[in-house]
Design a protein around this ligand. Structure first.
Ligand SMILES: [Fe+2]
Ligand SMILES: [Fe+2]
Length: 343
């Protein structure tokens, strides 16, 4: 026999396995898995002045024939910059629609929501339901609902877009379809749906039919809550979650929305949880401590509290209340059994 003896080694084994699309667990070493959840998402704050200036410039430079939407996305410095996501599960962007403009009708697997920041009278149509937008309104476009946006008012409108786009991307489920026409026909108004909600619920309303939370209703409920000291949450002040009226469950299957009121001078205790939240400052000014870092915020600013980062909020004003709008990925973590909180 005449063959060359070969002394085997781990390096040779790794190389030969790699050629066959195999990999040894030993390459991970002995460190094992982290003792606590770790995220690449960084605590981050975006100033309204920067977002708004970019929207105004985009208003001059981008038209709705070039781009499906005129949207400025908030990008987390800890994540892949190409994907331009604010967190690993939920995206936040701001959209700007000028008078006489229409953002064409489409639908997609990512679920979206709009929280109106500035401007009145434009509308979003969701599955034929016209939702006229005013500041503080929340409008849902759950996955695969047709939606288009029209501004027939005399002023530009700006709203916050929240989407579960990063999650749907991770699941490789992203798809979009265009409606055959630029706009879908309007069949009814969200006001009609809301006025018949009680009756419709008794008669088994189709689950997709409720899309619009008016600020006038939200504000009333928030103020009623804030009038009751027993309702104060030690970590969030007076927090009102938007529930889906049919299920009484989360706002959407993947995103829980909330508004919270911090009375003048309010300082909450700190806690941490395995869910990630994105905040937008609707009114007031304050400070949020996130881990070792401190973020001062004013009206219009947005910030991210990544998972498992201890956080607490402070209203810096001694005279004015602060109101935060937030989006959390807690529903999906709870559904999968990953939700955990510590204080
Ligand atoms: Fe869309
Ligand atoms: Fe929290």
């Amino acid at each position: 026999m005449n063959h060359t003896a070969r002394i085997d080694s781990v390096a040779l084994l790794d190389r030969d396995m790699a050629r066959k699309n195999l990999s040894g667990y030993w390459r991970l070493g002995m460190e094992g898995l982290p003792a606590q959840p770790v995220t690449a998402v960084e605590p981050c704050l975006w100033k309204w002045a920067d977002v708004y200036a970019s929207l105004l410039r985009a208003g001059e430079l981008i038209n709705l024939e070039q781009s499906e939407r005129r949207v400025v996305r908030l990008v987390n410095p800890g994540l892949n910059q190409q994907l331009a996501f604010a967190t690993h599960t939920i995206q936040i962007s701001f959209q700007y629609v000028k008078p006489a403009e229409n953002a064409r009708a489409h639908r997609h697997t990512p679920a979206a929501l709009r929280f109106v920041v500035q401007g009145s009278g434009a509308y979003t149509t969701v599955n034929g339901q016209q939702c006229v937008m005013e500041p503080g309104d929340l409008i849902l476009t759950p996955k695969l609902t047709w939606h288009d946006h029209s501004n027939e008012s005399k002023e530009p409108i700006v709203w916050l877009d929240g989407l579960d786009f990063p999650l749907v991307t991770a699941l490789h489920q992203v798809m979009q379809e265009r409606y055959p026409e630029r706009r879908q026909p309007i069949e009814k108004s969200s006001e009609e749906v809301m006025s018949h909600l009680g009756e419709a619920l008794r008669n088994g309303l189709a689950s997709g039919e409720f899309f619009h939370y008016k600020w006038r209703d939200t504000e009333k409920a928030l103020r009623e809550l804030a009038a009751s000291p027993a309702a104060r949450d030690r970590f969030d002040g007076y927090l009102l979650e938007y529930r889906h009226p049919l299920t009484n469950g989360p706002t959407m299957t993947t995103i829980q929305c909330a508004v919270q009121l911090l009375p003048p001078g309010e300082e909450t205790e700190t806690h941490r949880h395995t869910s990630t939240a994105i905040y937008h400052v609707f009114r007031g000014s304050g400070t949020t401590q996130i881990g070792e870092r401190r973020f001062d915020w004013e009206q219009g600013d947005s910030f991210v509290v990544p998972l498992w980062h201890a956080h607490g909020h402070l209203n810096r004003s001694s005279s004015d209340e602060a109101i935060l709008f937030s989006m959390s990925d807690a529903p999906m973590l709870k559904a999968l059994g990953f939700y955990r909180e510590e204080f």
